[in-house]
Ligand binder design. Structure first.
Ligand code: GN1
Ligand code: MG
Length: 337
């Protein structure tokens, strides 16, 4: 279950009594304002992958009688139906083999799309990973303080302000064309890779809603931000939150192994910095949502976004502390590939 869309598994008993399952998903159109564009992007990308790798499983959305791969029920209920792929996903894993395989799966996904023309893709959420803009937005909302929650989060804001430049540099370089524009997934949580139940090999990368042109290293970063966290993303007890360097190494081995041939040096030498940047970015997004009244991320309780913010900030502090060690790990992984 993600933080944005709603997904239901529906199982049908077929005429011959066998079972067939589908996933019905309602797209959150408050966030994805142009869902038809998303479906076009997904169609283009999956068709491309299918024609290049016919034996590989890709996501398949079913079509209506009118030939659309979505169904608009009443004015704003945007639904789509995808085949259910029997598989297992991991919200967390202590198995380094699984972590490395996840890195390889996201790396392979990027490499497979390296000759896909990204200019045909719609930017479904403009500036999605523009860290500079995300922080600018946060601080402009701080000035407005519409919900009167700013005083409560002074410590968090002070920390973000203190690392603002460091965390936003890469996004500025990207905007200036100093970092290559790739076709990227943009939401690389490990539970977006489906694994075979028996072999524990990756089957397919899912959640293609945010496929857009972006920075390769941010796909790496968003994934390790999630997979190397020793706690869950909304752990209320932040004394449990650390950045696990051994898990970072395992993921880096898989990802860099799959991508290094097609990446430029600037995309490899900034992997640690991008990890720090995206962690600050997500903290800022959670905090921005908190101070503007929890309109974006689904919340299970009133301070959920604040808890999420603190968790990401604790993680960012730990990444900062371990920065040199992480750089060393990246160099070492490259030497051993
Ligand atoms: C959202 O809904 P989900 O879990 O796929 C968000 C990601 C965040 C993530 C944090 C479109 O993803 O950017 O990293 O929550 N997706 C969107 O858990 O904003
Ligand atoms: Mg998602």
């Amino acid at each position: 279950m993600g933080n944005i869309n709603s997904t239901y598994k529906v199982t049908y008993i077929q005429r011959d009594n066998s079972l067939k399952s589908y996933l019905f998903q309602r797209v959150n159109t408050n966030i994805f304002k142009n869902p038809i564009e998303i479906m076009e992007n997904i169609d283009r990308v999956t068709t491309f992958i299918r024609s290049k790798y016919p034996d590989q499983i890709t996501l398949h959305f079913h079509h209506t009688d009118e030939g659309l791969n979505y169904y608009l029920y009443e004015k704003d209920a945007f639904w789509r139906v995808v085949n259910y792929v029997d598989s297992v996903t991991f919200n967390a894993s202590d198995d380094f083999g699984i972590i490395e395989a996840t890195g390889k799966a996201f790396g392979d996904f990027q490499t497979q799309l390296s000759d896909f023309d990204g200019s045909v893709l719609y930017e479904t959420i403009p500036d999605f990973h523009n860290t500079k803009k995300r922080l600018d937005t946060l601080f402009s909302h701080v000035a407005d303080d519409l919900c009167g929650r700013v005083a409560e989060v002074k410590k968090e804001l002070d920390y973000i302000a203190s690392v603002r430049e460091k965390a936003t540099e890469l996004s500025v370089q990207f905007a200036n064309g100093e970092i290559p524009k790739r076709v990227t997934h943009n939401d690389t949580k490990c539970n977006n890779v489906l694994f075979d139940r028996k072999t524990k090999e990756p089957i397919v990368v899912i959640d293609l809603d945010t496929i857009m042109p972006g920075m390769s290293m941010y796909d790496f970063a968003d994934a390790v931000r999630f997979i190397a966290n020793t706690a869950v993303e909304d752990e209320p007890d932040i004394s449990k939150v650390f950045f696990d360097t051994a898990k970072f190494r395992a993921f880096a081995k898989g990802f860099i192994g799959a991508t290094h041939k097609s990446l430029e040096p600037v995309e490899i030498t900034n992997l640690v910095k991008s990890t720090f940047s995206i962690t600050i970015e997500l903290a800022s997004r959670f905090l921005d949502d908190y101070i503007t009244g929890d309109q974006y991320f689904r919340c299970a309780y009133p301070k959920h976004n604040l808890v999420r913010t603190r968790c990401q900030l604790k993680l960012a502090e730990d990444i900062e502390r371990k920065w040199e060690e992480l750089e060393w790990i990246v160099s070492n992984v490259i030497e051993t590939i």
